[in-house]
Design a protein around this ligand. Structure first.
Ligand SMILES: [Zn+2]
Length: 228
């Protein structure tokens, strides 16, 4: 007799759980988001995807910055976070970490780095904000379609096709914000999308306009940049 499907985590718990360590573990447990005993619905394929190494590393870097705020070794930790972000985006290799290699050794595996930082800084509420900003909400249909729309082989209709809009200005602006980490300019992107005729994606626009903290790896910015 088939065992009834029991999701490990519900949408409500995903949004309310105060512990990023638990959310990370949930992402690696596919029963969390998907009933594997049933035929695969293509609309749900994205939910089966594990977080990319890039996302995990960027989450770890966000944690480094939170540690930085409470420790006297701020300079060193800032340097580690900067290097970690470059590592996440493939701009440097592990070999070039130099004197930070020891500290970053746990980051050889992106998942370990994310788990380590989640355990160490779980008590800091800012880490949960960073987690939700970077990982997004896997239960959100809009965020799901926005992500899947970036996948070349998907037959799911992309939420929007940004690349050529305004002669690429939207993507260029997004790229500038990403590189400069000038997240205060994200509402400008929302305005540009609306001006360009973007009528879908209320969650995307809402997120870009949301006050508060955004991080490198922000799901909305990544959607515009085609990063996963
Ligand atoms: Zn964000």
């Amino acid at each position: 007799m088939a065992v009834p499907y029991q999701p490990v985590i519900t949408r409500e718990q995903w949004r309310a759980t105060p512990d990023p360590t638990y959310l990370l573990a949930a992402m690696y447990d596919k029963r969390t988001l998907f009933d594997l005993s049933r035929p695969v619905d293509k609309r749900h394929i994205g939910r089966l995807a594990l977080p990319s190494d890039r996302k995990l590393r960027l989450f770890a870097c966000a944690g480094e910055r939170l540690i930085k705020a409470v420790r006297s070794t701020a300079l060193r930790l800032e340097a580690v976070a900067e290097l970690g972000e470059s590592l996440a985006d493939g701009l440097i290799t592990h070999d070039s970490l130099g004197e930070y290699a020891c500290y970053m050794c746990n980051a050889t595996c992106a998942k370990n780095a994310a788990e380590l930082v989640a355990r160490n800084v779980a008590h800091k509420s800012g880490l949960l904000v960073a987690f939700h900003d970077i990982m997004g909400d896997p239960f959100s249909a809009e965020q799901f379609v926005a992500r899947v729309g970036l996948q070349a082989n998907s037959d799911v209709r992309p939420l929007v096709s940004f690349v050529n809009w305004e002669n690429g200005l939207i993507v260029k602006t997004a790229q500038h914000i990403y590189e400069a980490k000038s997240f205060g300019e994200l509402p400008v992107l929302a305005d540009m999308l609306v001006d360009a005729g973007q009528s879908e994606g209320p969650e995307l626009l809402q997120h870009l306009r949301a006050p508060g903290d955004h991080y490198k790896g922000c799901w909305a910015l990544d959607c515009l940049l085609g990063k996963g």
